[in-house]
Design a protein around this ligand. Structure first.
Ligand code: FES
Length: 102
């Protein structure tokens, strides 16, 4: 079974195919802002997928459009509410806290 490791805490949780990274982070007991409740409108759930990108769904236009409006975005950037676990490779994500999204 694949896992999701959440940085900077290092907490690891089982990766459940079909769940979003946002749902996974919350299930792990970590805090991650999600001000628009997962509608790809606020950008507050921005994180970096540091490893295991093949196990995460591809960026769709609605997510891309939001990322385009944000600062501090890199090639590993995802909106946790839009990125879904689809594979069985271990995933490492990095939460950005106050520095995220704006
Ligand atoms: S919760 Fe708003 S963009 Fe993800």
């Amino acid at each position: 079974m694949a896992t999701v490791t959440i940085l900077p805490s290092g907490k690891t949780i089982e990766a459940e195919v079909g769940k979003t990274l946002l749902e996974t982070v919350i299930a792990a007991g970590e805090k991650l802002k999600h001000e628009c409740d997962g509608n790809s409108e606020c950008g507050s759930c921005h994180l970096f997928v540091q490893a295991g990108r093949k196990s995460v769904s591809r960026i769709q236009p609605i997510e891309n459009q939001k990322l385009d409006t944000m600062v501090g975005i890199g090639s590993k950037s995802r909106l946790a509410c839009q990125a879904r676990i689809i594979g069985d490779e271990d995933i490492t994500i990095e939460l950005l806290g106050f520095a995220s999204g704006f």
